[in-house]
Design a protein around this ligand. Structure first.
Ligand SMILES: [Zn+2]
Length: 246
């Protein structure tokens, strides 16, 4: 290999670079491939293993997806309202959602939300449902799910009064607990078309981490509909299985 300083060529080499042998060419090619792999390698955010099958969005490896029982395009249903969820709120997915509430991690959240994103209409406008706890104790997930979906988001709602924890309430008690607990934030400019979807193809979707009886979503919808807005449905990470929906 030459060690002296290079001097500029006076013209192009007639047969390529005469100093690069076929062996060196091979070495350069494999080095280039290696660098390309290093720059584009994708790791699963849960187990850290390299994902062979490249995916345009951040996603789990097939094993972790199976471990969490995550369908590739999420789950959809119409009871108690139209909804799309990443998966059922049970087993390993339930544990992960509870972990994310305590230790929010946007990369993990992007991977969990992947199926919801795949099913989301192009012109959807997301509205996070604010939690009932205030300050540092508030649930960060609804807002973070919106961020992870990288979709137009409008924080239109706020809590008008505190509600009680719902773990031990049945559906009717939950409806009573949540009724009238949201108001539409004043002074927020609502995107053109949100209040009149006929003029433009806009779909307003509520976003929460868990959908159980739908009482919270119902109260949030009532507040928006009271202001003339139409809500298409609810997006959530986990949908409580019907047998546990009281
Ligand atoms: Zn994995």
């Amino acid at each position: 290999m030459r060690t002296e300083p290079w001097s500029p060529c006076s013209g192009p080499c007639p047969q390529g670079n005469p100093e690069t042998s076929a062996q060196e060419q091979d070495l350069l090619t494999s080095l280039k491939d290696c660098l390309k792999d290093l720059l584009t390698v994708v790791c699963c955010p849960l187990c850290g293993q390299t994902i062979e099958d490249r995916h345009p969005r951040e996603a789990f490896c097939p094993e972790c997806r199976q471990h969490l029982s995550l369908p590739s395009r999420g789950l959809q249903g119409i009871h108690p309202c139209r909804w799309t969820a990443a998966g059922w709120y049970e087993g390993n997915l339930r544990n992960l959602i509870l972990q994310l509430r305590r230790y929010p991690d946007l990369r993990l959240l992007r991977a969990v939300s992947d199926g919801i994103g795949a099913a989301l209409p192009e012109h959807a406008v997301l509205v996070p449902i604010p939690g009932w706890k205030a300050g540092a104790r508030s649930n960060p997930l609804p807002t973070m799910i919106c961020r992870s979906l990288q979709q137009t988001t409008q924080s239109l709602l706020k809590r008008s009064r505190p509600t009680i924890g719902q773990h031990h309430l049945n559906r009717q008690q939950r409806l009573t607990n949540q009724r009238g607990s949201f108001v539409v934030e004043s002074g927020i400019s609502v995107a053109a078309g949100v209040q009149n979807p006929g003029e433009r193809q806009v779909e307003l979707w509520l976003v929460d981490d868990i959908l159980t009886s739908g009482a919270t979503a119902r109260a949030a919808m009532d507040a928006l509909m009271g202001q003339g807005m139409t809500v298409s449905g609810v997006l959530c990470l986990g949908r409580t299985p019907m047998r546990r929906t009281r």
